[in-house]
Design a protein around this ligand. Sequence first.
Ligand code: ZN
Length: 246
Amino acid sequence: MRYLILSDLHANLEALEAVLEAVAGESFDATILLGDLVGYGASPVEVTERMMGWNGPIHHVRGNHDRVVAGLEPADDFNPIARASLLWTAEQMPEAQVEFLRALPAGPVWVGDDVLACHGSPQDEDLYLLVHSQAEEAFEFGARIVLFGHTHMAGVFERKDGRIRAAVPSADVVTLELSPPAAYLINPGSVGQPRDGDPRAAYGVLEPEDDLFTWHRVSYAVEAAQERIRRAGLPALLADRLEIGA
Ligand code: ZN
């Protein structure tokens, strides 16, 4: 199987289109979407429309921003900037799209026998999985390959011979060889709002039977995405951060 892995699209149409263009000539058995279609960016309707009309099999999990826009919980726990974007987003979206977001499953979701998809971690969809102790707990879930998002940072935790090692991809395209019986927690990075210092849109490709995961980065029209955010009257920081990937 060959999976396209997308996470944290965050209503960034320009970034999503660049990713789709980059993979246009490739074939995938399915797409795995790790949550947060909306929030922060100024194209929630267009991005949700793309995902609702997705051509081919897709496995979804919801993100924390999706939950708020779906009306499943209030935006009270978010910082003022995220909250402003969530309230604006909720006003933009037609009811059919809100219902689509509402129906997205909470993670974790199994994809085949050894791949587990979640937004934050297998045990907590809102956890920012950043440090070894959190990774240790996530490995306890027992999946060989956990795919997660939420931190907007591409990277991996590998557990091999009882030891956990963290790594981040360091070039445009980086291949990770998965060596059984090691287990992995892999973050493909964010499509629409990278926070790992590389402003380019991030996505991943997983081939579990061939023991391969590949991180990819692709440039997109950052200025156009920023312009939409400013025109929508959203907080300026949401536009500014896109060009530095933070
Ligand atoms: Zn997110």
